[in-house]
Ligand binder design. Structure first.
Ligand code: CP
Ligand code: NVA
Length: 335
C-alpha cells in the first residue's frame, strides 16, 4: 500500500484496505500519544492549513497532529489569504506547494479543493466542503471500531439533514467498511441520487445495505450507532432556520428516538452541537422559534451512550494518520 504524495479529498477515492490501514495507523498514533512516545517524524516539513469556514476541531487537530509529527504549521483564516479573491486557486496551489509539504483546505464547493489538488505538487487534505467531510468519517469510524471491537455488520443511522457533508461521507465510509447505513430524514433533505448510486454497489459488495427513508420506524431495533449533525450547516443562510426547524423537528435525537434503537446503541455527533442554550446561535433560535434544544436533547448528549468527546479526540489521531501516510515515503517503512 502506498499513500505517498496522494491527496485526501473524499472517502470514495480509497480502497477498503487503504481505509482500514488509515484506521490502524491512527490507533498506533493514539497509543504513541498516550505513552508520550516521540513521533516527530518530519522535523523538516511544514504544512499550510487554509480555512474559508470557521473551525475548532479540524483546525486544532491539524495543528496538534502537525506539531506532534514535528512539523511547522501555518494557519490561514478566511481573511488571511488572497485565495479566490485576488489570486486564482491554481496560482495559490502552485505557490503554496513551493513553500509547504502539504496543504489542508476547508471551504465551500468541492470543485475548489479538487482544483487545489490538481495544481498542487504536494498532498492536499480536505478539511470539509459543502459536499463531504472525509476526515470526520475516519474519526467517527475509529470511534465506532474502538467501542464495538469491529465494524463489519454494524448499522449506522444518520438522522436529520441527510444530504449534508457529514452524512455523505458517513454513507461512503459505511459502504466501504461493510456497515449498513440508514439516512433517515425528511424527503426534502434526502441525499443526492448520485451519491446513493455510487455507494450502493460498494455496500452490496461488502455485504451491507444503504437505506434512504423518512420513516423513523426503520430505526426500530436495528441500529448500533445513532448519528446526527446541526440542522443548518456552515455557509447556509440564517434565513433558512425556520424552514429547517419545521422539517427536522420530528427527527430530533431524544430519549424517545433512542428507545427505538438497540439497547447497546451509542450516540455520535461531529460537533459543534446545539443541545442547550449556551451558544449565541441557540439563544437566537430560542428567541425566534422557542426551541431549547435542536438536533439532540441535552439528555441524550450528556448520557452514557454519547461518545462525542472520544470522537472529537479521534479526529486528531486520524488526521495525523492521513498526514503521516501521505507524507511518508513508505519504502522506508513505519517506525
Ligand atoms: N466536526 C468538525 O469538523 O468541527 P469543526 O467545525 O470545529 O472543525
Ligand atoms: N454539517 C456541518 C458539519 C460541521 C462539522 C457543517 O458543514 O457546518
Amino acid at each position: 500500500m502506498n499513500f505517498f504524495g496522494k491527496d485526501f479529498l473524499r472517502i470514495l477515492d480509497f480502497s477498503e484496505d487503504e481505509l482500514h490501514y488509515m484506521l490502524k495507523v491512527a490507533k498506533k498514533f493514539k497509543e504513541y500519544k498516550k505513552e508520550g512516545k516521540n513521533h516527530k517524524f518530519f522535523p523538516n516539513k511544514n504544512i499550510a492549513i487554509v480555512f474559508e469556514k470557521t473551525s475548532t476541531r479540524t483546525r486544532c487537530s491539524f495543528e496538534v497532529a502537525g506539531y506532534d509529527l514535528g512539523m511547522g504549521v501555518t494557519y490561514l483564516d478566511p481573511s488571511g489569504s488572497q485565495m479566490g479573491h485576488k489570486e486564482s486557486i491554481a496560482d495559490t496551489a502552485r505557490v503554496l506547494s513551493r513553500l509547504y509539504d502539504g496543504i489542508e483546505y476547508r471551504g465551500f464547493d468541492q470543485s475548489i479543493v479538487d482544483e487545489l489538488a490538481r495544481y498542487s505538487d504536494v498532498p492536499v487534505w480536505n478539511g470539509l466542503t459543502d459536499e463531504c467531510h472525509p476526515t470526520q468519517a475516519l474519526g467517527d469510524f475509529m470511534t465506532i471500531e474502538e467501542h464495538f471491537g469491529k465494524l463489519n455488520g454494524l448499522t449506522v443511522a444518520f438522522v436529520g439533514d441527510t444530504r449534508n457533508n457529514v452524512s455523505n461521507s458517513l454513507m461512503a465510509m459505511s459502504a466501504k467498511m461493510g456497515v449498513n447505513f440508514i439516512a433517515c430524514g425528511p424527503s426534502e433533505l434526502k441525499p443526492s441520487d448520485a451519491i446513493v448510486e455510487k455507494c450502493k454497489p460498494i455496500a452490496e459488495k461488502n455485504g451491507a445495505t444503504i437505506t434512504v427513508t423518512p420513516n423513523l420506524e426503520e430505526l426500530n431495533g436495528r441500529v448500533d450507532v445513532v448519528y446526527t449533525d446541526v440542522w443548518l450547516s456552515l455557509g447556509e443562510p440564517q434565513e433558512k432556520w425556520g424552514e429547517r426547524i419545521n422539517l427536522l423537528r420530528p427527527y430530533q435525537v431524544n430519549k424517545e428516538l433512542m428507545t427505538r434503537v438497540k439497547d447497546t446503541a451509542i450516540f455520535l455527533h461531529c460537533l459543534p452541537s446545539f443541545h442547550d442554550l449556551n451558544t449565541s446561535i441557540a439563544k437566537d433560535v430560542n428567541k425566534n422559534f422557542g426551541l431549547n434544544e435542536m438536533e439532540v436533547t441535552n439528555e441524550v448528549f450528556e448520557s452514557d451512550k454519547s461518545l462525542v468527546f472520544e470522537q472529537a479526540e479521534n479526529r486528531m489521531h486520524t488526521i495525523k494518520s492521513v498526514m503521516f501516510l501521505t507524507l511518508w515515503d513508505s519504502s522506508t517503512g513505519l517506525k
